[in-house]
Write a protein that binds this ligand. Structure first.
Ligand code: CA
Length: 228
């Protein structure tokens, strides 16, 4: 059992919310429900939760706005977003706005629990707002990337990719892992796309600064190493 691990579920689809509450309680978590974005934000702000499961489409305020508000206020509670393929938003938008992970509906409860446990293990309430590796820094709340004192303009996708690599700084991250976290694992996206985007990133954060912090680890993936 997991005493004192409190999860906030913000979901307006009642049957799904109830199923999540039931299931997560059975897994030993303490679970509170909120059906509305504004109420969810108010609750998440209290700091009483170890993680938040947050739907995107909510009455009051969207899940994107909720997580943006939390991050802007310096709250780094782990957030797992539940996204829908509504054609309007890209699933990776969730990561762009500051969520730690996302699942696309419909999802498997087993997968949700596994992802949640991973976030809780990683969970660092004192997580630094700004991620750095050498003279490269990324501020998720302000959406700024700076290298060697110079601000670098990135597209949303490039930003997500760099953020993920920075969070795993020094580790080898496989293409499929990047695809799953920065794109959507369920989409039929070519692995080569990762390579293309790593190339874009290099041309923005490495080449102009004479650095080579985005390393290719042959047959394994990529590694971001601190330089400068
Ligand atoms: Ca909803």
């Amino acid at each position: 059992m997991l005493p004192d691990v409190r999860i906030l579920v913000v979901e307006d689809e009642r049957s799904l919310a109830a199923a999540l509450q039931r299931g997560l309680r059975a897994e030993g978590f303490a679970v509170d429900l909120s059906e509305d974005g504004l109420d969810g934000l108010a609750r998440a702000r209290t700091g009483d939760y170890d993680a938040v499961v947050l739907d995107v489409m909510l009455p009051g305020q969207s899940g994107y706005r909720v997580v943006q508000a939390l991050r802007a206020e310096g709250s780094w509670v782990p957030v797992l977003m539940l996204t829908a393929k509504d054609g309007e938003h890209d699933e990776a938008d969730a990561l762009d706005v500051g969520a730690d992970d996302y699942l696309t509906k419909p999802f498997s409860f087993v997968v949700l629990v596994a992802r949640l446990r991973a976030l809780l293990r990683r969970g660092a309430p004192q997580r630094p707002a700004v991620l750095t590796a050498g003279d490269l820094s990324l501020d998720p709340a302000r959406r700024r990337v700076v290298r060697s004192g110079v601000e670098v303009e990135l597209t949303a996708r490039e930003f997500s990719l760099l953020e993920y690599l920075l969070r795993r700084s020094g580790e080898v991250v496989s293409k499929s892992e990047l695809l799953a976290h920065v794109w959507d694992a369920h989409l039929d996206v070519d692995l080569n796309l990762v390579e293309v985007y790593v190339g874009y990133l290099r041309r923005k954060v490495d080449v102009p600064f004479g650095r080579s912090s985005l390393q290719t680890v042959r047959g394994a993936g990529y590694r971001l190493v601190p330089e400068g």
